[in-house]
Design a protein around this ligand. Structure first.
Ligand SMILES: *Cc1c(COP(=O)(O)O)cnc(C)c1O
Length: 420
């Protein structure tokens, strides 16, 4: 469920007309609903009640500090994959003891930063990373709470680029390595092995692969405990899909929680999850204006002022986003190709898309753009970095203003070479 619908002939985010935001802020712009963010967090958290779980929002899905803050106020933690994301989570008000640090490429400096910050846990992805972390913890004379990220050899996800759980993916260690690594960490006085972590992919639309992976994890916990090693926590990752159009609904949080309950039945262990897309996806839209319509023999091309630099998912993952006119349509639909202004053929959002008749200057909204949208935006083609707006009820605020071309150029210099 989300808080974007037509009322009074115009598409709104909560009680704010998207046209009012476009007029005040300009386009293109991302618009997020506080109510949807909060609702998704609560629904997920409550699905597991009375079990108390840590819901660590995957910051890489939407790293805006106002978005993270909206969730942190409700009690959410943060799953982070760089020092920058840890800094964002802290700035947004997430307490260090609710921050998880994941990722295959953590540098020594980033590991030191995480240890000094006192994060909830560092998810170690390889033998080599464990050795580096041990060195860092010894040098700092500080404890490093860790989980071992396991690659359960179960692939899942909406696209091969976002599947992470197959044996040959770059993420995590094998089941055998995990057992050895956990014991190795246990014998290290500065490493605090707390548990295991898993995350097999994103935009997962079936519970079966998740269930298979979670069963592997349970088996590992039991094996470690049988060997006399304490295991307090299981981090079961993120990955639950969201509907991008009229497709079969992905598993609900309730169904997912019921499955987890079945798999973990009777196992006394603390659980954490790292949902990103499921929390933020339907909580955001991208608004854009029609620059002009090019007539073509086959069908007209709708040229928008948003491009692949603002919303990369269609170009990168062949992703589908529903597009709705901001003014409520009354006329029957016709076919368009929908493109952005970037000088690349890849800058095509959709071909042969049925939309109501549109004119120059009309506003459209890309739905389900709250996750993996603004975070992947760039200034390609020297375009201003896109603005972000947060709505609460009838109020809205620019939470990242547009980054102008002058501001971009202010970081650059022309070398004053001596003439030879
Ligand atoms: C990307 C990622 C997530 C979030 O995935 P979603 O599909 O957005 O829920 C969680 N954990 C890790 C380790 C990730 O890399």
């Amino acid at each position: 469920m989300n808080h974007f619908d037509y009322r009074g002939g115009v598409l709104r985010c909560e009680d704010v007309a998207l046209s009012a935001i476009a007029d005040a802020v300009g386009t293109p712009a991302y618009v997020y609903s506080s109510a949807t963010l909060e609702r998704h967090y609560e629904v997920f958290k409550q699905a597991f009640a009375p079990r108390d779980i840590l819901v660590a929002f995957a910051v890489k899905a939407n790293a805006n500090i106002a978005v993270i803050n909206t969730l942190a106020r409700k009690g959410a933690g943060a799953d982070t994959v760089s020092q920058g994301e840890i800094e964002r989570a802290l700035k947004a008000g997430v307490p260090p003891q609710k921050i998880i640090f994941s990722g295959v490429g953590k540098t020594e400096q980033e590991l030191a930063f995480a240890v000094q910050t006192g994060v909830h846990q560092i998810n170690v992805e390889s033998v080599a990373e464990l050795e580096t972390l041990s060195r860092v913890a010894w040098a700092l004379k500080m404890p490093a709470p860790i989980a071992i990220r396991v690659n359960p050899d179960v692939g899942a996800g909406g696209h091969e680029k976002i599947s992470t759980g197959k044996g040959d993916a770059k993420f995590g260690v094998s089941i055998e390595q995990a057992l050895a690594l956990y014991a190795r960490a246990h014998s290290d006085s500065h490493l605090e092995p707390k548990g295991l972590a898993v995350h097999i992919g994103s935009q997962i639309k079936q519970l079966a692969p998740l269930e298979a992976a979670f069963r592997v994890m349970r088996g590992l916990v039991e094996k470690l405990r049988a060997d006399g090693l304490p295991v307090e926590r299981l981090d079961l990752g993120g990955g639950l899909g969201v509907p991008y159009f009229n497709e079969p609904a992905p598993p609900s949080p309730a169904e997912s929680a019921a499955m987890v309950g079945r798999v973990m039945d009777g196992l006394d262990i603390g659980l954490a999850f790292e949902p990103g897309r499921m929390i933020a996806g339907n909580a955001g839209v991208l608004i854009s204006r029609v620059i002009r319509i090019q007539d073509r023999p086959k069908r007209p091309i709708l040229v928008l002022d948003a491009g692949m630099n603002d919303l990369l998912r269609p170009a990168m993952y062949e992703a589908f986003h529903d597009i709705k006119p901001v003014r409520e349509p009354t006329a029957p639909e016709q076919a368009y190709d929908v493109v952005g202004p970037i000088c690349e053929t890849g800058d095509t959002f959709s071909r042969d898309r049925a939309l109501p008749p549109l004119e120059d200057g009309d506003l459209v909204a890309f739905l389900t753009a709250g996750a993996y949208g603004a975070v992947m935006a760039s200034t390609y083609n020297a375009r201003p970095l896109i603005a972000e707006v947060l709505v609460r009820g009838s109020a809205f605020e620019v939470v990242r203003r547009r980054w102008t071309v002058d501001e971009q150029m202010a970081l650059e210099t022309i070398p004053q070479w001596k003439e030879s």
